[in-house]
Design a protein around this ligand. Structure first.
Ligand SMILES: Nc1ncnc2c1ncn2[C@@H]1O[C@H](COP(=O)(O)OP(=O)(O)OP(=O)(O)O)[C@@H](O)[C@H]1O
Length: 256
């Protein structure tokens, strides 16, 4: 089996990233890389700086110093929309979905945004058979095909998170940032999402921020541990489990 965590090209590289809010140094020299096909999980206690790091990678927050590379290209000062065009995808909060529209419509809109057609003269995307087919491919990919015509407002919480993933995949990202995809889920929904991420694993480089340790240790090729804004360790799940400093700082004996 090919070890993607050591042999694939690095698609996302974060070097020495620093961001302070007054006296609080949220990211304090963070290094992390995501290789093609790997799931790289980022874990750390509350307030460790995970959201701040993701916001800087997306382009929503400007770092004080450091570098962000996409496919070797420096995007540290590139606006968020341009990073998305370069292949950086993100699956974030449900608030990005349009509650009054169906699941399929939300994916259609994402497909239109990718092609730039959303800003052209109005036409009904539902009548475009090729586009609808592409939307169904994405919904199938996340196990939501049967709910294609359901209004977002009528979807269960876990289904919304699945849809959010389909919306992100419709943009055909090369690197996908997953910000707590299991948040608010019960064990059953969480297990389903874990299976779906497992199913698409290998097709994208994924940076997974997640508090659900079962999901993290099941999915990740590598795990980076962030504590007080510093990356204290990067290694395989087995190495992270055994690392004394990580256990002391975060996991606690017997927690994983
Ligand atoms: N806009 C801001 N202004 C001031 N302080 C901030 C801001 N954003 C984050 N912080 C601080 O930076 C530190 C890191 O916060 P961040 O939200 O990135 O951590 P986190 O690891 O994502 O936490 P959680 O797991 O709870 O989401 C915290 O001390 C937080 O209070």
């Amino acid at each position: 089996m090919v070890d993607v965590a050591t042999t694939s090209p690095e698609l996302l590289t974060v070097r020495d990233l620093r961001k302070a809010f007054g006296a609080v140094v949220a990211t304090n020299g963070v290094h992390i890389g995501v290789r093609a096909g790997e799931i790289h999980a980022l874990i750390g206690p509350n307030g460790a700086g995970k959201s701040t790091l993701i916001a800087q990678i997306c382009g929503e927050q400007r770092p004080d110093s450091g570098q962000i590379l996409l496919d070797g290209r420096d995007v540290t000062h590139t606006p968020a929309f341009a990073r998305a065009r370069l292949g950086l995808g993100r699956s974030f909060q449900i608030t990005e979905l349009f509650a009054e529209y169906t699941a399929a419509d939300n994916v259609l809109l994402s497909l239109l945004l990718k092609t730039g057609r959303a800003f052209q003269a109005w036409s009904n995307p539902r009548s475009d058979a090729r586009l609808v087919e592409q939307a169904m491919v994405r919904l199938t990919q996340v196990g939501l095909a049967e709910r294609a015509n359901a209004r977002v407002g009528d979807l269960a919480h876990g289904e919304k998170r699945q849809l959010e993933l389909a919306v992100a995949l419709a943009r055909e990202p090369r690197v996908l940032l997953l910000d707590e995809p299991m948040a608010g889920m019960g064990p059953e929904e969480s297990a389903r999402m874990t299976d779906q991420l497992k199913a698409i694993k290998g097709q994208y480089g994924m940076l997974l921020v997640e508090h659900d340790m079962d999901a993290v240790f099941t999915l990740a090729d590598r795990i980076t541990v962030l504590v007080y804004g510093k990356t204290i360790f990067t290694g395989t799940p087995g190495q992270v489990r055994e690392h004394p400093e990580v256990r002391a700082a975060y996991l606690g004996d017997g927690e994983c």
